[in-house]
Design a protein around this ligand. Structure first.
Ligand SMILES: [Zn+2]
Length: 141
């Protein structure tokens, strides 16, 4: 879901503790838990069930909270997506150097464990697409 990812990306870039309160595929509601009664608020919903696009109904991007540098959204999945080019180019990529990249790009500290998991995920993805291509090749033959 694109909007959910956009909200997570926003949270990471701005260093905010955004929580998805409602995310049932039809409605998405996000609040900020960073400060006491931070006014950030986002509510979006689909126009109708068959529609894949979300429409943002209400939104307040104002924050009264401070920046946090450790976010749970910096998941291995996110890291893997964000740094897939780098990870694909070099599966033996130095953990510390990627850690420094994340810190530089997003002012965010991630643990070595998170990087390891992102690397593992990238490896599975590469192998997966290889198998897929191999399967297609076989179809041609
Ligand atoms: Zn906030």
């Amino acid at each position: 879901m694109v909007l959910k990812e956009a909200v997570q990306e926003y949270a990471i870039i701005h260093g905010k503790l955004i929580k998805l309160k409602k995310n049932d595929g039809r409605r998405l509601q996000a609040v900020c838990l960073g400060g006491l009664k931070c006014p950030f608020y986002l509510y979006a919903s689909k126009l109708d069930k068959s529609e894949s696009t979300f429409v943002i109904k209400t939104m307040s991007l104002e924050h009264t909270c401070g920046r946090v540098d450790k976010l749970k959204y910096a998941s291995s999945k996110w890291l893997c997506n964000r740094y897939s080019k780098k990870l694909n180019r070099d599966t033996h990529l130095d953990v510390k150097s990627l850690q420094e990249d994340v810190l530089e790009d997003y002012c965010m500290n991630v643990t070595k464990h998170q990087i390891y998991r992102a690397k593992k995920r990238a490896k599975v993805m590469i192998e997966g697409s290889y198998i897929e291509q191999y399967g297609r090749l076989r179809d041609y033959a």
